[in-house]
Design a binder for this molecule. Sequence first.
Ligand code: ADP
Ligand code: MG
Length: 703
Amino acid sequence: MGSYIDNDIKFLSGVGEKRANLLKKELGISTMRDLLYYFPFRYIDRSRIYKISEITSESPAYIQLRVRVEGYSRFGEGRRKRLVAYVADGTGTAELIWFSGINWMEKRLEIGREYIVFGRPGFFNNELSIVHPELESVGTVRTRPGSGMQGVYSTTEILSSNQLGSRGIYHLVCNLWEAAEKHITETLPEEIMLANGLIGLKEALHNIHFPQNPEKLKQAEYRLKFEELFGIQLGILVQRKGRVSSETGFVFSRVGEKFNEFYNGHLPFELTKAQKRVIKEIRADTVTGHQMNRLLQGDVGSGKTLVALMSMLLAVDNGYQACMMAPTEILARQHYATIVKLLGDMDVRVGIITGTTKKRERDMLLEALSDGSLDILLGTHALIEDRVQFANLGFVVIDEQHRFGVEQRARLWTKNNQPPHVLVMTATPIPRTLAMTLYGDLDVSVIDELPPGRKPVKTYHVRDSQRLRVFGFMAEQIAAGRQIYVVYPLISGSEKMDYKDLEDGFDSISQQFPLPEYNTVVVHGRLKPAQKEENMNMFKEGKAHIMVATSVIEVGVDVPNASVMVIESAERFGLSQLHQLRGRVGRGADQAYCILMSGDKLSKEAKARLQAMVATNDGFELSELDLKLRGAGDISGTQQSGLAFELKIANLGKDSQIVETARTAAQLVIDAMERFAPSDRVLLETIRNRYSYPKGQDFSMIS
Ligand code: ADP
Ligand code: MG
């Protein structure tokens, strides 16, 4: 746009080439605007000057003093080197200590001179000391743009060692404000600001960096959060409108032979009401002539696979192919086995493609796919490779959505000239506000009912020290004919250690439950595929009593006779993962148990997670709580899901109310586009472009 604030950050006074590169690399700040939108993550009170005698261990984390330097000296050599300044203010004495930048500091210190000192107080031998304080001569204290509250900016080690610690960044922002203030223009139409009680952008940016008071800070946060969420919602709604208004969806006009044959002759049980409702919703979507984009949420074990299969049969009945993508090989194979079994002798050709499919088999498969003789293809992300070409793909199912990226999804629907219908299934119940933001362009269906006859899983939290009791319980269950999972965490980064935990665990369980009476198998990612499969089969066929595994079994293992899930180091799992794991048991008619093992020392959050697991089986309740505990990052799996926008200030967990408000506002704008003046339209377009993904369609599509 050519505004001043779009200039490279290197031109800002105090930056220059080298620091500009660092800022870009470390914090992604490359323009002045980026810095302007780099907000403090908290604030400290600088309105008050303390007396040395007042400072106790109860004092705030940061304090400000006005002191006179009485003397200073250097100690130590090499890495131990330090500079200590002795200061006093008439009520007591204190020490200021530096371990780096000593020469520079020493030049600045002047005995007898008064300074304003700011930093984190500490006590050593009853003497107040401040390490690496901020220090300014009394006469030259910089008048700050705000008042008492000073922003603290997050930074990195490399930046800190280049004088760009929080304080350094703060000073850059001061410089920036001086230079940029007059270039900041409003980004929201007045009508929207009025309707939502928002303060102007300039005032908001000023108060987010230099709050005049807590009240102003609140208003600033609200305005900026609103702007961010509103921009995202605008993008989503524009995209949605584009999809809904274009007539490019396949029409599945017939409910044909195969669907009916399956429904009447192959269904092993009555569909639940919820399953029926969702299938109806999908049928309704696929006759509109618009592309379907539907998110199906259903708790673990609610029977999503059946819904997927019947939807795919609808496609097949109408002469189209269908495919279903799963996040792991185990899950894909599980689907394949389930579906082949359900279809029985029906004339539907089903194939599976994964990373380990042999070339010969794959070539045959790909040929059948491109000549149209294959009806349904299952697989992992091997499905989205370019060489996988369909004759006429009409329906796509994506299972366990949270593991796939937006981009991966998009690649599936570009396999055709015409976009196929898309059904995205997830067992991670996503709270409404989050769904609205992450998948705002999807319609949502919910399976809110489990198949009949399921007893809720009983969950217990047990400390490691009580392990023997757990072994005793396991023995009882095995004696009663049940099978047991024991799961170890697998967290990337410390894989070696994790495998060691798992192997030690396997050894100790094998000792506790020795052959030939008991049989324990192990399943994890490092096994050869053939070995893994053999071990899985042993367990599936009931020949093994215990399966020791990593969290790879989180999705996709279906053994109704397994009734106990023991989760080791449960404190290391997230809530949704724990819930998923628990969903592996309780699939048969027997009472099932989930045992959460943990150490004795737990963080507050870990304790809250385990308590929540014990208290409820309701996945939606758990995910709401998870969102509160952790913010949205982990739930959405931001990195994994390839979420294309990063929230700078809003928090989907804490700001759900603002999400709703912003959504409503965005909907009103879309509905009333023509009421806005052309200049307002430009503003709206700008804000949408700044925050939204994917880019591409614009407001001209909306009339
Ligand atoms: P998820 O939603 O977790 O993918 P699945 O589709 O794997 O659940 O189904 C879980 C189990 O419930 C499977 O063993 C499946 O055969 C069974 N199931 C599905 N629908 C019904 C139903 N209507 N009645 C009884 N059992 C069902
Ligand atoms: Mg499933």
